[in-house]
Design a protein around this ligand. Structure first.
Ligand code: ATP
Length: 246
């Protein structure tokens, strides 16, 4: 794999509810600088839990790291507060597009860039409108009036407002029509081409693998397979196992 290691998850174990629910066991995963890495697996495999652990949001969901470590840009961030991870360049766009429905598109974006200086925020907003022209056209509209696909774009745009080096995307295609999904994946590629590494959670193998460089498959709390996305795509057995699960 090309590029230096940006994120390295090593033998990570996570549990919920005081240890009674084990969600991840000995999970290892790396994202190299410049890569799009797909994280695949059926419902409940532990994908969201891994994103929470990487972004520092585990505690607010009642989860705890039981073992292992997370390194980012050469530093151990396993126990770092989430604001520090954001400041270091890790942004997350959550499943379910939790946007502020009553706020305008522009104000939703501004809210995403709250930690950064005003001038920088304005510049990044223009870049995002360049990437998602429909958001630019509807910038004064209440976000609740956007279509599902546009709301998803806004959720991704909001995560980009932090100027991330690593973008974590939790099922950006969830519940969207195939044409919109294709558009969103194209935007993920464009974001990546602008220098941002991406960890993309997907249930749908055929959505994620074509845009990914490398992929991991989580199966009941553990990494069951990993390899270059092209190799996983060529593996008939894997395709049969996971194509039907979307
Ligand atoms: P999905 O696609 O449904 O989000 P997933 O692969 O992301 O699935 P997780 O949401 O990470 O899987 O869930 C992994 C396991 O942890 C599941 O058994 C789930 O029930 C459990 N779990 C997730 N969140 C919590 C929580 N806040 N409290 C207790 N258990 C949880």
């Amino acid at each position: 794999r090309a590029g230096t290691e940006l994120l390295a998850v090593d033998r990570l174990s996570v549990s919920y509810s005081g240890g009674s629910i084990v969600a991840l066991e000995d999970v290892g995963l790396t994202v190299h600088e410049g890569e799009i890495v797909a994280l695949l697996g059926v419902n409940g495999a532990g994908k969201t839990t891994l994103l929470r652990a990487i972004s520092g949001l585990l505690g607010m969901h009642g989860g705890t790291v039981k073992g292992g470590s997370i390194r980012y840009a050469g530093r151990d961030i396993t126990g770092a507060p989430s604001w520090k991870r954001v400041a270091a360049g890790i942004s997350i766009s959550l499943e379910g597009r939790r946007i502020f429905a009553d706020l305008s598109v522009a104000d939703n974006l501004r809210a995403g860039g709250y930690t950064r200086p005003r001038a920088q925020t304005a510049r990044t907003m223009e870049e995002i409108y360049g990437l998602f022209p429909v958001l630019g056209k509807k910038r004064e509209l209440a976000a609740g009036l956007l279509s599902g696909g546009e709301q998803q774009m806004l959720a991704v745009g909001r995560a980009l407002m932090q100027g991330p080096r690593l973008l974590l995307l939790d099922e950006p295609s969830l519940g969207l029509a195939p044409l919109i999904v294709a558009q969103i994946m194209q935007m993920v590629t464009q974001i990546n081409e602008r220098g941002c590494s991406v960890l993309l959670i997907e249930q749908n193998v055929s959505t994620a693998l074509p845009v990914a460089d490398y992929a991991y498959v989580l199966e009941s709390r553990r990494v069951a397979h990993h390899g270059p996305a092209a190799a996983l795509m060529a593996d008939d057995r894997l395709r049969d196992l996971y194509l039907g699960s979307a």
